[in-house]
Ligand binder design. Structure first.
Ligand code: HEM
Length: 537
């Protein structure tokens, strides 16, 4: 007893001093002038209330309560959540030189040495973004169409042969497109492939980036020096770093070897390697540029397509209406092509409604500001973390009728699908792709793939909620059961997929045979197993 009271009297002084320090510095309390928000407590602010999963859902309910711009206190720091397209336009687009930065993320430095095109800032980010833009201009994307179309044909062919694997076929396809166009090598199947290797490593990466997966290193940087036996997350970081470097650097070296041997195939990394000396880029950065394309370019597109399949399977009348439009414009004797898209307003409305219903990055990537700003009369201190709540905007009942329902027709009666007579200032069709100087550089690339795939899958197949055969009951699909994480998509679900007719199936088979000539130049390094698969599939 004496012992404990002795310890207590020794600790009492520092504890009292700490409490006085917190009280004097008002740590955790919301400063005057900030946008409103949930009640704070000293030291923590709102940390104890922050959701670790599905933050967009909580932020949307806070937005309905505290307003279209609200604030959270994260100890002495401030986070701002915007749930209004007009505020995004005025603050994030127009004042982008201040608001297009990323908050410091210690975990990103530990894993990638600060060499990441989406999660870092400063000159490294600028150089990586400039390099990626070479690959993503409208002209460059027009060249990528050949690969995107051939891979779309393989997606239909795979689905024909193995309908129950639709979700995996989509995943393989979106990765294989980036692998081919960026690194010059493809994955003809998912199992035991570069694609599956990437998915395994990337899911660890996404998990460690989730709030709560590591201690708050950015708030208390000293935590990074905790010895590893007390900090298992450090081994996790090392594993992800090794996996990323093995994959990205290995693919870069494969491309360099191809170039040296005179076997170029026109992929993006060839251009970067050619420019490397002139632009002063080191070879690690070359690998991370390719890796950044893979991370940014595959998961979101795949999530979007999977969400669209889920929604279509649940809404057979939407499929029927789209198929009628496709039959009128294209007929049943040929596959859709990119030129058809402009003539398909209902298919376009389906794509827009799917983005509205569930944007693949519901809160965007966090931004931060470098100057003090005033927005709507509120004070936004420099260094604030800023989230754009796309999910909350798209589910705002002030903007959309029945926002929780999937109704593509809303985009036929108003440009942005909004209610009659509402002020749609700030809404744009690419809002969910980000804002200002940080806007996603892959919009054209992503939309080409999405348009081609949605047109083609609707043209070729009927989708239906899977039936549980013994009881012949529909297996329910959980609409709101999406994967957690910054980027999100539906959890695996079962749906029945059938070709619309024998004639549709025959066209897909014939087109697949022709698409093989596009694939062959990206199949120079296939394993013997993959070669066998390609010749038998
Ligand atoms: C449906 C598909 C996609 C969606 C929904 C999407 C969404 C986004 C969003 C919300 C951001 C953050 C923007 C911001 O901070 O304001 C972003 C950034 C980024 N995206 Fe995409 N994206 C998609 C496809 C792609 C593709 C195909 C690529 C490349 C091939 C790509 C590469 C990137 C990169 C490199 C960044 C970081 C930009 C920067 O920080 O400067 N994305 N994307």
């Amino acid at each position: 007893m004496m012992f404990y009271s002795g310890i207590l009297s020794v600790l009492l002084g520092p504890i009292v001093l700490l409490l006085i320090f917190i009280w004097r510095r008002k740590i955790g309390l919301r400063e005057n002038g900030l946008p409103p928000g949930p009640t704070t407590i000293p030291l923590l602010g709102n940390i104890h209330q922050l959701p670790t999963r599905y933050p967009h859902v909580k932020y949307t309910s806070w937005a309905r309560r505290y307003g279209k711009i609200f604030s959270l206190k994260i100890a002495h720091g401030t986070a701002i959540v915007i749930t209004s397209p007009s505020i995004i336009r005025d603050f994030m687009d127009k004042r982008s030189s201040s608001t297009a930065h990323r908050p410091p993320m210690k975990i990103v430095d530990l894993v990638t040495d600060g060499c990441h095109p989406a999660l870092t800032d400063g000159p490294v980010w600028k150089n990586m973004r400039k390099a990626m833009q070479l690959f993503l201009t409208r002209e460059a994307c027009a060249r990528h169409l050949t690969v995107q179309r051939a891979e779309c044909i393989q997606l239909m062919y795979d689905t024909l042969k193995q309908p129950e694997g639709l979700l995996v076929h989509i995943k393989r396809q979106t990765i294989s497109i980036i692998l081919s166009t960026v690194f010059g090598v493809r994955s003809p199947r998912f199992e035991n492939s570069i694609a599956s290797q990437f998915v395994e490593g990337n899911s660890l990466w996404e998990r460690i980036l989730e709030p709560g997966a590591t201690p708050p290193l950015d708030l208390l940087p000293i935590l990074q020096y905790i010895p590893e036996f007390l900090a298992p997350w450090k081994a996790g970081c090392r594993e992800i770093r090794n996996r990323q470097q093995n994959l990205y650097f290995g693919l870069r070296d494969m491309c360099a070897k191809r170039m040296k041997d005179g076997r170029r195939n026109g992929c993006f990394l060839e251009d970067i390697i050619d420019l490397q000396e002139k632009w002063g880029i080191d070879s690690a950065t070359v690998g991370y540029i390719g890796g950044g394309c893979l991370e940014g370019g595959s998961g979101n597109t795949s999530s979007f397509l999977q969400t669209a399949m889920l929604l279509l399977a649940c809404h057979p009348h939407v499929q029927e209406k789209a198929q009628k439009e496709l039959d009128d414009v294209i007929g049943k004797d040929r596959l859709p092509s990119s030129e058809d898209y402009e003539k398909l307003p209902y298919v376009r409305a389906i794509i827009r409604e799917t983005f509205r219903f569930f944007p693949p990055v519901p809160l965007g990537l966090p931004h931060s500001s470098t100057t003090d700003e005033t927005v709507e009369g509120f004070y936004i201190p420099k260094g604030s973390i800023i989230f754009m709540n796309y999910y909350g905007i798209y589910h705002d009942p002030d903007l959309f009728d029945l926002p929780e329902r999937f109704i593509p027709e809303r985009f036929l009666t108003s440009e942005f699908g909004t209610k009659q007579g509402v002020d749609a200032t700030g809404l744009r069709h690419d809002l969910h792709f980000g804002s200002g100087r940080r806007i996603c550089p892959g919009i054209v690339f992503a939309m080409q793939s999405i348009e081609m795939n949605i047109m083609s899958l609707l043209w070729a197949f009927n989708l239906k909620i899977a039936t549980d055969t013994p009881r012949d009951a529909e297996i329910p699909i959980q609409f709101n059961d999406f994967t957690p994480g910054i980027a999100s998509g539906p959890k695996p679900f079962a749906c029945d997929v059938h070709p619309r007719s024998q004639a549709h199936a025959d066209i897909i088979r014939a087109e697949y045979a022709q698409a093989r000539s596009v694939f062959s130049m990206f199949e120079q390094e296939l394993t013997p197993d993959e070669r066998a698969f390609v010749s038998e599939w």
